[in-house]
Ligand binder design. Sequence first.
Ligand SMILES: [Zn+2]
Length: 307
Amino acid sequence: MRLTTFILGAAAGGGFPQWNCNCDVCRLAWAGDPRVKPRTQTSIAVTTAPNESSSPGDAPFVLINASPDLRQQIVATPALQPRGLRMSPIAAVVLTGGEVDQTAGLLTLRERGPFALYGTAGTLSTLAANSIFGVLAADVVPRKAVHPGSPFALPGGIEAELFLVPGKTPLYLEGDNPELEAETDANVGIELRANGARLVFIPGAARLTAAMATRLAEADVVLFDGTLFSDDEMIAAGAGVKTGRRMGHMPVGGPDGALAALAGLGRRRILIHINNTNPILIEGSPQRRTVEAAGFEVAEDGMRIDL
Ligand SMILES: [Zn+2]
């Protein structure tokens, strides 16, 4: 049995290119420049396949987060398409937070298809407070609260564990003075284990804690927050007024960025949740070369990881 992961989408909220953006990076994508590949918003699908060469076959799939692009992602991924009349292989969805780009795809999963929905108590209470998610009827889509730090079983023989990651509450729930590096159950990472293989997925992190570093050191694959290359990137691009840290994301570059913090942790390191202003999206850019020289990969839609 293998642990197989499909990168359904690798972009941050808004996707790449973003519908209303003509920044230096989006402009290349709108023009069809071969140095950039469009990306949908971040979500991954995991499953257990009998062996490396086989297709996932009958094994169920678990989605980690449900992006607004989920329908498009299913269309692009044959393994996620129905296997019979009203019979989807998607057996569960696990949420690592309640942001729009983590939850809006749940609305695509209405139509009374059964699956289990997992999240922290905080994230599930965020959903419960939004009546539109009532389209997922409780008798068809049970909601299961899981405690960070407590392993739980997912369909297909996958063991999972949520863990606290410094971050902030979803943007639409922010007050005037949000806490930016709080370790609450509003923002978590997830470790997925099967047959001794370990994959860790952290789409948003304000910083790397010692506990996270210990966990990542043991991982075969780390999928980590690559939202912005530099903290003031959106301001410099004229695309926003917030720093990365204000949005709950540590930068990729710089002395306190992800490249430095994750050096040597995990066997394979892949940046994901990449904002459309981030020049690492451009193959051959100085920032992309910096990332690659540090031993990191840049996630793209359609990547498959077999462990
Ligand atoms: Zn842009």
